[in-house]
Write a protein that binds this ligand. Sequence first.
Ligand code: ADP
Ligand code: 5GP
Length: 211
Amino acid sequence: MYMRYCSRLFSAMAGPRPVVLSGPSGAGKSTLLKRLMKEFDSVFGFSVSHTTRKPRPGEENGRDYHYVTREAMQAAIDNGEFIENAEFSGNLYGTSKAAVQAVQAKNLICILDIDMQGVKNIKRTDLNPIYISIQPPSMEVLEKRLRDRKTESEESLLKRLGTAKVEIEFSQKPGVFDTIIVNDNLEEAYGKLKQSLHGEIDKVKKITTSL
Ligand code: ADP
Ligand code: 5GP
């Protein structure tokens, strides 16, 4: 009985594996992860990144990102507060240690939405996440989605499309991602995402009900 209690406690303390979602801007990462967090709100928690970019309409400070100045972010990076950080399309983005710890302290599966450089840097840490790549069906569809989203200036859009080509190539390297999901039909892509995570989702549900 005591041993069973200890092993349950240990698996709860060790916590579930985080999940990294990556892929070109406009591929549908936010759309998919928001849906996942809505359906499984007691299973997943979002790692709220810091960024120097301006909030988009509808985005909220502290929920979507921590919006900060470059000076403040650079000082926090220099102070060792970040697990990883990257420059993307003219802005700084980064995952703070506190963001991940806040989710893990609740025994939730921590979801990170990060770019290719973030993936490379996380691979050098002991976070040990599941790596999932979200890909668009084609560059044409990606451009249309980014344009229709109406969040980018022409300059930012072109920068993002340029980076997207490199991100697509990167995702095709063997061994980088555990799963690659092409987000063509949203329902199908969401089904595949849930399928690829169902083992981890079950683990969290078991821990929650056994404690
Ligand atoms: P990302 O977070 O990867 O930058 P978003 O989730 O913001 O991408 O999606 C980019 C745009 O494409 C959004 O306007 C979103 O509503 C739309 N979108 C996402 N998935 C699909 C899909 N399967 N079919 C059509 N439009 C989609
Ligand atoms: P957006 O400006 O569209 O929200 O994000 C632009 C890119 O930055 C996306 O590829 C997104 O995954 C990435 N990103 C968001 N937060 C982080 C972060 O904390 N670290 C890294 N490396 N990339 C991030």
